[in-house]
Design a protein around this ligand. Sequence first.
Ligand code: PLP
Length: 559
Amino acid sequence: MNTFSETEFRRKFPILQKLNKDSGLIYFDNAATTQKYKAVIKTSQNFYQESNANVHRGSHFLSAKATESFEIVRLQVQKLINAKSAKEIIWTKGTTEAINLVAQCFGLTNLSAGDEIVVSQAEHHANIVPWQNLANQIGVVIKVLPLDKCGRIDLVQAQRIISSKCKLLAINHISNVIGKINPIEQLIALAKGVGAKTLIDGAQSIAHTIIDVQALDCDFYVFSAHKMYGPTGIGVLFGKQELLEKMPPYQFGGEMIKKVSFTGTTYNTLPHKFEAGTPNIVGVVGLGSCLELFSPSFLTPMTEYEQRLCQYAYQGLTTIPGLEFLVEQQPDIPLFSFTINDLHHHDVATFLDSKGIAVRSGHHCAMPLMDLFKLDGSVRVSLAPYNTFAEIDELIKQLKLLVQGDETDQTSTSIKPSLESINTPDQTQIINLFNKANSWDLKHRQIMLLAKQLPRIDKQQRTDDDLINGCESNSWLQVSLDLTTKQLSFMADSDAKVIRGLMVIILSAYQHKTAEQIIAFDISNFFSQLGLMQHLSPSRGNGVRAIVERIEQLAASYL
Ligand code: PLP
């Protein structure tokens, strides 16, 4: 593709053609991972079919061919981010591994107790936990930069916090929750002013902006290929050569050595010193095939289109009654995090899922940021340039229906569960309900209807002891024993309506049963008869498992 055209671009993503035709899927979870560019899929398949061999070490034609394809991509990535040398491009599994590498190889050898690592309030866990681990290892101190009202790192506060004690500034270029471009040029200058090194987490920026590491003059820049239409399991650590030279290897084994003997081993030169073992060859080669999308001549019109989508979606979202963005003003990339009135974020996401719209809900791997907003999560809608205005219209339409209550409150014509049917748990009845509901949309409606049948536990009566570990929403379970019948009765509640509905289903199997009956019951068989598990995201699926485990645990204590 030489020039960007929105329709042509969309056609280059086979999954969109297929899912859109089969189920009308609208994919708005691009900040988690982007869909894969056709050329990436083709190159990966071709590599396995035509060029597969291990790189660097073979003494045959195929290995030389594989090595060439592999190393060309390193040069292309060097060009993409304008690194001085290909030696500064290290392959990693992704952003997370790249940050861990810097923490262990740079941090352990260059920092000591009392030195400060400065991050921001809006970091992904990948740019928090490796530093916390380092703090446990050697006693470095983590300082946190606050945000301004718009969600960008506050430069005034940064001047105060980035002091001579700061030895490393590790911040995101664009937060995966806020979508605003941070003033990294000024922040890097501040850090350099006090002699600190800098690491920029570019996971969310790489697909949206031109990156020039020499102009930025950052010491490390990290990103993942899967957020730029490329393969999963491959990412990049850029590091300045003089720093990488002095850092010890990350992992040890083949590839990263020059000479091994039982009296001593010498390590390979850059970049191989940091690439122990057989690398993700097909990942690298696949990444090479999406890089054409980031040449300035392509990226510029692509981001212009993205900006139009951004503005359109922002304006549409502002018309939803009760919708509140986490921060003020339109984001710089089409990534929107919001809450809607008292609707739980999981309920919004499952509702949209039942309408074929994929969004993310939860803490987005940014729990400290959620703490700042006093939220346990939000809804996140993130767009890519293969999305369309019509898809945004559909999102806005569905959100309006949800808010008006037209959807979840509507009683489906053929299925009307009665309060009685839930109080007198009857699995057959539940199975019938779900068998009649033959689409995810209808099944979802049933879950939401069932949720209404669950009596809420008074807020004062929910204790931390009743909290169910493993549910992404706050969920509680209480039990009591009838001494005569030896039957157990459960009270359950959750912040998320979808979880309350699932609780009704689960309780239909366990309510007023003895501990022995509860332990003996095969819940997975029950759930598979309902045809539900394939529609529950891992977090909600794990939530179901967590509820069941808690019930079984409680039952076991009565055996
Ligand atoms: N940093 C940011 C800002 C991210 O958005 C992500 C992923 O969502 C990561 C780090 C971690 O990236 P990966 O899971 O590809 O290692």
